[in-house]
Write a protein that binds this ligand. Structure first.
Ligand code: DGP
Length: 113
């Protein structure tokens, strides 16, 4: 399987990680949409959040826990931030490996468009 985010997670694609634990890594988005724009991903390959089986839905909580930690460490809480999980073609997903965007450092608009 040729997955760029699997490559980042298994270090075959050199990328500076801002977080790593047994099951999760985080790194800067290549095309930042905010002063802070991080991607938080499971090391395991799930094509999207829709593809996470019921028995591993705990991984979604682990991704959110890493987002909480990064927000605390980087002082972007309590100012605030946005977590985004684009899912599927109409959801705007372009990389087929589950990832949570953590965006911060500017006022977020709603609706997102
Ligand atoms: P999405 O549209 O939700 O699938 O977002 C995918 C994001 O991944 C997009 O904002 C750009 C980012 N991205 C794509 N390829 C790479 C890469 O090789 N390295 C990094 N750091 N980010 C990437």
């Amino acid at each position: 399987m040729d997955c760029i985010f699997c490559g980042i997670a298994n270090k075959s694609v050199p990328t500076q990680l801002v977080h790593e634990d047994e099951r999760v890594v985080a790194f800067r988005d290549l095309n930042p949409q905010a002063p802070t724009h991080l991607l938080i991903i499971p090391k395991a390959h799930y094509a999207s959040i829709q593809d996470v089986p019921p028995e591993d839905l705990g991984i979604v909580g682990e991704l959110v826990a890493v987002a909480q930690d990064l927000a605390r460490e980087r002082g972007i809480w309590p100012s605030g931030y946005r977590l985004v999980v684009n899912t599927g073609p109409q959801g705007g997903q372009t990389v087929g490996h589950l990832h949570v965007h953590l965006l911060a450092g500017r006022q977020m608009m709603w609706p997102p468009g």
